[in-house]
Ligand binder design. Structure first.
Ligand SMILES: C[S@@+](CC[C@H](N)C(=O)[O-])C[C@H]1O[C@@H](n2cnc3c(N)ncnc32)[C@H](O)[C@@H]1O
Length: 288
């Protein structure tokens, strides 16, 4: 299923330090996203008690998108809780748990699958980036990404690749995204514009505002690469790729009230179910 072009000989000559692996490790999610990403038990407790993402995924109508003998791609699988959940669906044959973090795939995913009561024999772990997506054309029945798509630095290429790897009748489900409310987006753009104007006018004062504003998104965390999009921006992105979208409002905020109160205008965890326009319903989907 995967492209052999991944393995290439190093072009570095003798006597030249090759720091690429070191750099890759520095970007490892488990090293930058906080201490509990290293420990499966505390991560499982955090995700299941302090966030609503697992409960929101349970609210998805999986029978609508999982055909029989399904090959599922969990892209940006992180700790693997969603891959684990999907191995329990009777239609799922295999889940490819794909992430750029070697530490998560090696040290966390197997334990998380067991804590979630999943079936590790159905999980194939792959350490690679989102794009280019080194998977054969038309080889995946269902691609899922939980809280992960908005970390892509090239969402257009990623969607193009996701559509390419889908089998006819397949679906892409982007789970646990939180569309940005328009007033909050305008406020974030305004404060960054003011900071940029001040920085442009004076040599004495520097206003530091993380991230940047772009025509089709706001990058608000430049360490983890979080992008915010309004619902209109999400819809426009999907339209550019000729994807029909079903928007599922899970009615759950990202965090239970006891852990963190909902912020002003904050939207619920939202799932986007995407299907290439004109693709036929695959026989068997929804029959479980
Ligand atoms: C916010 S976490 C979400 C993890 C998991 N899906 C969940 O719902 O808990 C984002 C994940 O995407 C991975 N990731 C971010 N950018 C990536 C990229 N360009 N290629 C592959 N994985 C990436 C990170 O390593 C991290 O595990």
């Amino acid at each position: 299923m995967f492209d052999d072009a991944v393995r290439q000989d190093s072009p570095i000559h003798d006597g030249v330090a090759d720091l690429r692996l070191e750099q890759a490790n520095r970007e490892d999610w488990s090293a930058v996203a906080g201490p509990h990403w290293k420990d499966p038990e505390s991560l499982y407790t955090h995700l299941s008690q302090n966030t609503n993402i697992i409960e929101a995924a349970r609210r998805m109508e999986w029978n609508d998108v999982v055909p029989e003998e399904a090959v599922v791609l969990d892209l940006g699988c992180g700790s693997g809780w969603l891959a684990a959940m999907l191995t329990q669906h009777p239609g799922v044959h295999k889940v490819v748990a794909w992430d750029a973090s070697p530490a998560l795939l090696t040290d966390v995913v197997p334990a998380m699958v067991s804590l979630m009561g999943g079936d590790l024999s159905k999980v194939e772990r792959v350490c690679a980036h989102f794009t280019p997506l080194l998977i054969d054309d038309a080889s995946i029945d269902l691609a899922v990404m939980s809280s992960a798509f908005h970390h892509s630095s090239s969402p257009e290429s990623l969607l193009e690749d996701l559509v390419r790897v889908l089998r006819p009748g397949g679906a892409i489900v982007l789970l646990n995204e939180v569309p940005f409310p328009v007033p909050i987006m305008l406020g974030a753009i305004g404060t960054r514009a003011i900071a940029a104007a001040v920085n442009a006018m004076t040599t004495r004062l520097t206003i530091s505002k993380p991230g940047h504003v772009a025509a089709d998104h706001l990058l608000y965390d430049d360490v983890l690469g979080d992008r915010a999009l309004t619902e209109a921006q999400w819809r426009r992105l999907f339209r550019r790729h000729n994807l029909a979208v079903q928007i599922i409002d899970t009615s759950l905020p990202s965090y239970p009230r006891g852990f963190r109160p909902r912020q002003r205008l904050e939207k619920n965890l939202t799932h986007f179910v995407l299907r290439p326009q004109g693709s036929r319903e695959r026989a068997g989907a929804g029959s479980h």
